[in-house]
Design a protein around this ligand. Structure first.
Ligand SMILES: Cc1ncc(COP(=O)(O)O)c(C=O)c1O
Length: 295
């Protein structure tokens, strides 16, 4: 396959040639925002929701978007046609722009890139382990390009045999670096944090699917102690839909809690994979149907 095209400031060009000025504030200071959505069979999924969040993030960071929503949609459609990658992830990034003094924003640079992405299936992926970590993202309601702590902690995540970290502050859970967090309580309610995190598009869809299915939904503060004894735990994102959680720190969740004791986790002993809980599986399959009905 030819290397895909990217879009940079009004031009489609091979991704390898799409380069930013070294004075861009994204390079100098990590100042910028982005959004990320998938295409299935060459059709963008929940594009309007992602563009709503893109414009919201840009406005919050005082970055001007030189393109109307319709213009962005037309550019995205052209990129999809040019690249011919039917199942893909598309990232729209808006940077702080070229700065004369390394602190004042310039005219934002707009970059759109596309890469192949296997679409999530109707069945959940195998359950994974999370480790909690005390951290609060800056400007949590904005999809900034700052994933500093997430990247810094990758060796720790690997050493503990985990999928990712779970951010918490004083025991109150917010989110994972790239996913939102949910539990199912002993009486069957779906609970997810309400503040200090990014409002994921997948989170929004899962909440509305649950409400439509008459599943009680609560958006509120959620303490680690409550999550560790939850009946089910899962995380959500655009690229993976629902990912079931088997262990939160060293606490087994749901089916893992009733399975035989887990060996000490680590690269030599990957966590065994008990099945995802019933509500996690149901919501994942409802989301699959919703996403695939949009084709
Ligand atoms: C910080 C953060 N929280 C949550 C999410 C999940 O959002 P979405 O469902 O829109 O992919 C993401 C996505 O990358 C994220 O970066």
């Amino acid at each position: 396959m030819n290397p895909p095209f990217s879009f940079l400031n009004n031009t489609f060009l091979p991704a390898a040639d799409a380069a930013l000025n070294v004075n861009d504030l994204s390079i100098q200071r990590g100042y910028g925002i982005f959004d990320y959505f998938k295409t299935i069979a060459a059709k963008p999924v929940f594009l309007d929701d992602h563009l709503d969040r893109f414009y919201h993030s840009a406005a919050h960071m005082r970055l001007a978007v030189d393109y109307t929503r319709d213009e962005l949609k037309a550019i995205i459609a052209e990129l999809i046609q040019l690249n011919n990658i039917p199942d893909s992830g598309i990232r729209i990034t808006l940077t702080g722009g070229n700065s004369t003094d390394s602190i004042s924003p310039g005219r934002p640079n707009l970059i759109i890139t596309q890469h192949p992405l296997a679409p999530p299936g109707r069945d959940c992926p195998p359950p994974v382990r999370l480790i909690s970590y005390p951290h609060q993202r800056q400007l949590p309601g904005v999809k900034t390009i700052d994933y500093l702590m997430a990247i810094h902690l990758q060796p720790v995540v690997r050493d503990r045999g985990a999928f990712d970290v779970l951010y918490q502050k004083e025991g109150i859970i917010t989110e994972c670096p790239r996913c939102n967090f949910f539990i199912v309580t002993a009486d069957g309610a779906l609970v997810t944090p309400a503040r200090n995190m990014l409002k994921g598009i997948t989170r929004m869809k899962v909440l509305s699917l649950a409400a439509d299915a008459d599943i009680p939904v609560e958006q509120r503060d959620l303490h680690l102690d409550e999550a560790r004894t939850a009946r089910e735990v899962f995380i959500t994102s655009t690229s993976r839909h629902l990912i079931p959680i088997s262990h939160l720190d060293d606490f087994p969740i749901g089916a893992a809690a009733t399975a035989s004791p887990a060996p000490t986790p680590g690269p030599a002993n990957p966590t065994p994979s008990p099945a995802a809980g019933p509500l996690t599986r149901k919501l994942n399959s409802l989301l699959y149907d919703l996403v695939n009905s949009k084709k």
